[in-house]
Design a protein around this ligand. Structure first.
Ligand SMILES: [Zn+2]
Length: 388
């Protein structure tokens, strides 16, 4: 088939199927498919959301006429048989990170606006996966109509369910199946992104701090380790009247001589940290600047500040941990992605002799456009006991 004719057929397919493709994307976006370890069970190793989204994607592939297989809820695939068993792999993922706060639009719906599709997963990675699957369907239709020869290779379309939080889906698959001869993912920028130079995930914990020595009674912020946190708040032992105003911070009385400091930063994806304003960092700066911390808290906050600062390491956030008995430590989950064009930063845990422990979890070679360290941080504190 000549290129011009092929292009016309592609255009006609898109014209004909675009609304259906958007609906296919929307059906997946409606499933909040973030990992929930406390709800996992056999067949749903990452919780009900990823399982449901994986099943929906496989169901879509079945309706298109592909043979599918669900690998125990870890991952699934759809095959487009070629002239040989040699596989060309395509891998997308059906899990997402939690929506987090601050959405202007309903996160688990697809909103069409100004030529964009808005919703959690429309870009990463349900939308691109659906479009790639439709590309495969386009070729299948051509082949079924006798307008194209059979592919020389079998195309295996893999649907991951754990890309955002550990990639246990791929580990599970590789233990049980052969790797494809070649594989690409519709989960990066065109034309080629072959990896990132480095990444770091770690948990950093202060030494236990007796509650009577604590000024910072609560500190929470962030929802995921791959995003700059857009919101954070802290409860401190200080009268709101005595605290100076600061940009992006709201300070209000919280009774019993306490104040609540709420920061409105700007959330951003880990790949574009410079577009964000770290809400946790705003509060850390404020606490340090105004002496709102005891000695041990200061040691922790100093390190947190170094992590968030441009040259520091970076990232992440999560929900507050459950209240527990004191003395309790301050805790952060921090991670970074280094995306410069230079060689990877050496793998080295962050350690502070007094107050921190850190465990590097992974360093991976990746490459993207140059940018600074991501600036994320996730802080949790255990709850105060007022018994001091
Ligand atoms: Zn992705």
């Amino acid at each position: 088939m000549e290129r011009e004719e092929l292009t016309k057929k592609i255009d006609a397919y898109l014209e004909d199927k675009w609304d259906a493709m958007v609906e296919d994307i929307a059906a997946l976006v409606r499933i909040p498919s973030f990992q929930e370890d406390d709800k996992k069970e056999p067949g749903a190793p990452f919780g009900p959301g990823p399982k449901k989204a994986l099943a929906a994607a496989l169901d879509l592939a079945v309706r298109m006429g592909f043979q599918t297989h669900d690998a125990e809820g870890y991952i699934g695939y759809a095959d487009f048989p070629g002239a040989s068993d040699t596989q060309l792999g395509i891998i997308g993922h059906m899990d997402v990170v939690p929506a987090g706060p601050g959405w202007t639009f309903e996160p688990y719906e697809v909103t069409r606006k100004d030529g964009y599709l808005i919703g959690r997963g429309t870009l990463d990675d349900k939308g691109p996966s659906v479009v790639a699957l439709h590309a495969l369907k386009f070729w299948k239709d051509l082949q079924d109509a006798g307008d194209a020869p059979q592919f020389p290779c079998t195309v295996r379309f893999l649907f991951g369910a754990n890309e955002e939080s550990g990639m246990a889906d791929v580990a599970y698959y590789r233990k049980r199946y052969d790797d494809p001869a070649f594989l690409f993912t519709p989960d990066a920028e065109f034309p080629v992104c072959y990896g990132e130079k480095g990444g770091y995930d770690g948990t950093l914990t202060s030494k236990p701090i007796p509650e009577c020595e604590r000024i910072v009674l609560e500190f929470t912020g962030g929802a995921a380790t791959n995003a700059v946190p857009g919101q954070a708040e802290a409860l401190v032992k200080a009268s709101a009247d005595s605290l100076p105003a600061a940009e992006r911070l709201t300070i209000e009385p919280a009774g019993e001589g306490l104040s609540r400091i709420v920061a409105a930063g700007k959330s951003a994806h880990a790949s574009t940290p410079d577009e964000g304003v770290n809400a946790i960092g705003l509060i850390v700066d404020y606490l340090l600047k105004n002496g709102l911390c005891g000695a041990d808290e200061r040691a922790f906050l100093d390190d947190a500040q170094r992590l968030i600062d441009e040259k520091g390491c970076p990232t992440s956030t999560s929900a507050p941990s459950p209240w527990s008995a004191a003395p309790s430590p301050l805790r952060t989950i921090a991670s970074s992605k280094r995306s410069t064009a230079v060689s990877p930063h050496p793998s080295r845990p962050i350690r502070s002799p007094s107050a921190w422990e850190a465990w590097p979890a992974r360093w991976a070679r990746r490459s993207r456009t140059p940018c600074s360290w991501s600036r994320f941080l996730c802080i949790r504190t255990t709850p105060p006991s007022r018994r001091c």
